[in-house]
Design a protein around this ligand. Sequence first.
Ligand code: XMP
Length: 317
Amino acid sequence: MMDPARFVSEAVEAVRAAVPEPHRALVAASGGIDSTVAAVIAHRALGTRAVALFVDTGLLRKGEAARTAEIFSEVGVPYRIVPAAPRFFSALAGILDPERKRRAIGEAFIRVFEAEAATEKADFLVQGTIAPDWIESGGSLRDTIKTHHNVGGLPATMSLKVVEPLRDLYKDEVRSVAAHLGIPRSDRQPFPGPGLAVRVAGEVSPPRVEIVREAGAIVEEEVDRGVTQGAFPRPWQYFAVLLPVQTVGVTGDSRRVGEVISVRVVTSRDAMTATFTELPYDLLRRISERITREVAGRVVRVLYDVTDKPPATIEWE
Ligand code: XMP
């Protein structure tokens, strides 16, 4: 088993060697555990020569920016929020194909970082890529399964040099390094780099993202409540997906066309395989009632995804 203290001192040295004085590095900080560990390492290695940036893509979960602010203040790493939603939505406009969406997002990220690099006079980018990210992106034995935005999605023309101090780590190793660094343990679920875009099947637009954001927050709240009450163990991931079909519903005497949400709740050890979680029916009913009642934008039908991985993936795209 890897020794976290030793890993950190070696990673700090490696980042220092990769980004020699007087060069400066941006750090892509998402608030997730991987990028937070990378940000702390970069901060220790480079001090004020490392600038952590949190990009508001417009594709974040409800409350995510605030939560990230808390984490960063707790670990004592300064960071800045970059508002970039319009850039991401215009990059995504009209795109239906999941892989093209990922590439558009990867590209928008890089353009944002290049603009910030010019402002900050930085020529390096530190990312929290870990081993499963590049393995699943076709970097090794496996075929390309999905283009993870922070690996295969990067445009070849990128002008920033990428530094990936966690490239060889697996998730449990990242967790032990995080604990060693005093990063607060969080119950946050894994969340894909391209954000809610992979949970909006079909075209990604601000109102469609808003629907999936609100529906997802309800799924989280209800499942979290069940976990807190001890009704079942915390599932690996639990979220909502907006489908690209319209369906007919009825309120009072009137039939009306509306949106369809699929609820995805899975149990897994490492995301490579997963099984759908057998949630209690009363909980599913409450989730369905709340989504159809509370989400602005007329959701008229809620489905529960009962597919394992394989043959499905965890996300819909
Ligand atoms: P799938 O959907 O392939 O997902 O079964 C496996 C795990 O990876 C997450 N995921 C991603 N993470 N960028 C990421 O950083 C991505 O593009 C991406 N796609 C999926 C997913 O949430 C699950 O935990």
